[in-house]
Every structure is written in C-alpha cells, then in structure tokens.
Design a protein around this ligand. Structure first.
Ligand code: MEV
Length: 473
C-alpha cells in the first residue's frame, strides 16, 4: 500500500544524493509567500515592492531593473500602464523594418516586432529576391467573421427551426443600435443560422452567425451582437406560443466570436521562370526549384515537419501582426486550425513547377483590424500603420500574408541549400557577443571574422577568448 509519510522520507533521501535535485531542486530558496488579497488595488510602487520582496533574491536590484524600463514621459508610461492590469514595467521587443517588398506593384517597407535574430534579415532577403522577379501578387478571398451563441434546447427540433425563422427580424431590430455605425461603414450582420449539433452533444444547438466588420477586427462588435442575440433568444422563447413549458426554457451556455475564420481568407503568391532561380552556386535552377517543391510536399504530408514549417511562416505573420497592434494569439489559433482543416496538420504554403514556371503561394485566414483596439492608442502601432501607408484591413491581410510567404521562402531556401544554421548563427552572433560582454571594437572584429568562418556557439567563444588573449585585453 502507498504510504505518504514513507514516500516523502524516500524522496528526501533520493534528493540528497541525486545530482539532478542538487542542480535543480535547490534553486528556489525563497521563503513561502502567503496569497495576497487586493493586489490590483495597490499602487504601482506597492506592487513592485511586494513582488520584489516576495519573489526575488535582491529586491533593490529588481526595482532598479524595473525602473530602467520605465518611460521618462509620464503620460506615455501611464498609457502603457493602463493597457493591462497590474503593470510593473514595459516589456520591450525590437521593432525592425524589412524593406523592398513589392506587393501588387506597390513598394512597402514592413515593420516587424520580434525577438528572433534572423527573422527580419530573412524577410528582407526574400523581399529583395522577389523584387527582382516581379514581386508578390495577393488577393483577399473573403472577409467573413464568425460568432456563435451556444445553447441547450430540450424539445422538438422542428419547432425550434420554425421559432428561429420567425424571430430573425427580432435579432436584427434588437441589435439595431449596435449595428448602426457598422452598417454606415458597409459592415454588419450578414447571416444567422440555426445549427443542430445534437449528434455531437445531446440537446446542443447554436446560432452560427456571420459578420462583416470592414476595417475593424470586430471582436467587441461581434460579441455585443451575440450577447444581444442570446437575450432575444431567451426572451422570445419564453413567449413563443408553439413551445411547451420545457421548450420555452432555452438555456444559453455562452455567446462568443470564433477565432476560426476560414471565410476570412487571403492568398499571396510569387512566381518566376525556373531559369531565374539562379542564386545558388551549388544547385542548378531546376534542381533548386524541385528541392523547394519537394520540401513543401514533405511539410504537406508530415505533421512533425509541417508544424516547424508553419512556425517559420508565423515568424513573419506574428511579427507584423504584433507591430500593427493586432491580436497574434487569435491569428495563431485560427491559422493552425485552418492548417488542419482537411483532417491532418498540413503546410500553409504550396509550391509547383508548371511549364517551366515556379509558383510558390500561401493561403490562410487572417482576421485583422486597422481601426479600433490598440491601433489609435499605441504610438508605435500608429507609426507602423503609417509606414504601411495606413492600410485598410484587407490591405493589411495581404501584407501580412506576404510576410509569412517571404519568411517561408527564406527558411526553406536555406534548408534545402546551405542549411539553416549558417544564416541563423550569423544573426545570433551579436547575442552571443553581448552575452560575453564584448566591446564594440571586439564585436566589429569578430563580425568580420565570422563573415568568412562558420559560426557556432563554441566557435564564437573560442574566437572571442583568442582575440582577448592576442590583444591582451
Ligand atoms: C525557426 O524560427 C524557423 C524555421 O525552423 C522554419 C523552418 O524550419 O521552415 C527555420
């Protein structure tokens, strides 16, 4: 029989000689902290003081780090403080620019917010490559957003169908005050369908609703409409003469937009004659084209590869989504669901060679906004949108899709030619040198050195140490 006391004693004995526990088990020597009540009501300074004292080893050093990241402009700092609850600091990510993106004959410089060293460089390289080969062609295939009211109904489903049909005008009139402004901008509620989901879950039905939200991502608009639909549904059911007492008690479970938006779709494409794929000394253009097509085909049939392949695409997508103040978690969730729409997880990009032409394209759902949310609040978001020439939401969908396609082209090109580490380590070099606390002069010497030598973590450390010895620094 399992004896708790004995097990604890045995664990104690195990810990005392197990090197893993010695390495990891003793790290947290902080005293146990009691739960705190009313943390959100404390001032920012009190919050910092509490977290520094209870959860860090050197509270003064913690406070200094946080103070370093506070903005000197107090109004700007307040703006950031109020984006979320319990703010203690600003968390910086680099904002980079990938220039030379020719999209439908218009030149863009794309702002990207990302921490991964090689992403902006890879995007820029891809942009330049395709600039010389006609650029990117894009098309929005749909802008439909989705929201659902999930409810339980205990009764005759034919009666429910008739009931929903009869109250559709009420859904529209009850939301008129919410839809008025959106309709002026050409958007609104485009469809309300009853879906019978009882095969999947007993008594479960939903109102599956479609919306057009123009330049807004539309989350607040959609959720407000859905919550009103839910009220209308419950109220009207109570008064519907065709229902029995049980049927009139519709139980709304929840009303929420869906981040799965397969009807809010964009396509971006590049193509050129195979002969123009002549950048690699080690491969002929047609060998290169075929390797690219094969690499994409592998990602299409092998989920382990597809996930990494699509991760590379999301390097480009997320960084533009983030820079333009959009919700990258919503985009991620929707994109990955779309990648699995046919039953297994596949590549978001596609490639083919036909009649001597290489074509490489992406199709993915992107629910984005260029008005509302952070777009008019965050100064860097406003700037990013200005750099992109203040795009409409549809234009932004196309730019973001291009960033994803460009990123994937760069990654797969490296993978099928030099391997990924060469370019990646080149970009990561500065991070390693910063960790080693190299001086500006040392960084310059070593960056030049690694233009001609293969960079790995140990090679950089070795070269750095050698440099210091040689120069007696
Ligand atoms: C790294 O962030 C992204 C890649 O792994 C993508 C890929 O493998 O296609 C390089």
């Amino acid at each position: 029989m399992f004896q708790f006391g004995k097990a604890v004693t045995q664990l104690g004995a195990f810990k005392s000689f197990n090197p893993i526990f010695l390495i990891f088990g003793v790290r947290n020597t902080m005293p146990m902290t009691k739960p705190i009540k009313g943390f959100s009501k404390l001032t920012k300074e009190e919050k910092i003081d509490w977290i520094a004292t209870h959860y860090t080893h050197d509270p003064e050093a913690t406070k200094q780090v946080l103070a370093h990241y506070a903005h000197a402009d107090l109004d700007l700092q307040k703006l950031h403080d109020e984006f979320i609850e319990n703010t203690i600091a600003n968390y910086y990510l680099p904002l980079g620019i990938a220039p030379n993106f020719l999209i439908n004959d218009k030149l863009y410089a794309i702002p990207m917010a990302i921490e991964e060293s090689s992403v902006v460089a890879a995007a820029s390289k891809s942009a330049k490559f395709w600039l010389d080969r006609g650029g990117f062609r894009t098309k929005v295939l749909g802008t439909e957003k989705i929201g659902q009211v999930h409810f339980m109904y205990y009764g005759d489903s034919n009666k429910l169908t008739e009931f929903i049909r009869s109250i559709k005008p009420k859904f529209i009139s009850d939301t008129a005050n919410l839809t008025k402004n959106m309709e002026k901008r050409g958007g609104g509620i485009t469809d309300i369908q009853l879906r019978n989901k009882t095969q999947a879950l007993e008594n479960y039905y939903q109102l599956h609703c479609s919306f057009e939200t123009r330049d807004a991502m539309g989350a607040n608009f959609i959720n407000s409409c859905l919550e009103q639909f839910a009220e209308t549904l419950k109220r009207e059911a109570k008064n519907y003469p065709g229902f029995s007492a049980k049927e009139s008690q519709i139980e709304v479970v929840m009303s929420i937009l869906s981040n799965y938006v397969p009807g809010c779709l964009v396509r971006a494409e590049v193509s050129c004659s195979v002969d123009e794929l002549n950048e690699h000394p080690s491969l002929t253009p047609s060998e290169f084209a075929e390797k690219m097509v094969r690499a994409v085909a592998i990602a299409n049939v092998e989920p382990f590869r597809a996930v990494t392949h699509n991760k590379g695409i999301m390097n480009g997508i997320d960084s533009v989504v983030l820079a333009t103040g959009n919700d990258f978690r919503a985009v991620e969730a929707g994109v990955h669901a779309y990648a699995s729409k046919d039953g297994s997880y596949c590549s978001l990009t596609h490639a083919k060679i036909e009649n001597g032409t290489f074509t490489f394209w992406i199709e993915l759902p992107l629910a984005l906004g260029t008005v509302g949310g952070l777009t008019s609040l965050h100064p860097l978001v406003k700037l990013a949108l200005e750099i992109l020439q203040n795009p409409t939401a549809e234009e932004l969908m196309q730019i973001v899709a291009v960033a994803g396609l460009a990123q994937n082209f760069a990654a797969v090109r490296s993978l099928v030619t030099t391997g990924i580490q060469q370019g990646h380590m080149k970009m990561h070099l500065l991070n390693i040198l910063n960790q080693l606390k190299a001086t500006e002069q040392e960084k310059e010497i070593l960056t030049n050195y690694f233009k001609k030598h293969t960079a790995s973590h140990s090679a950089v450390v070795e070269a750095f140490e050698k440099l210091r010895q040689d120069h007696g620094i």
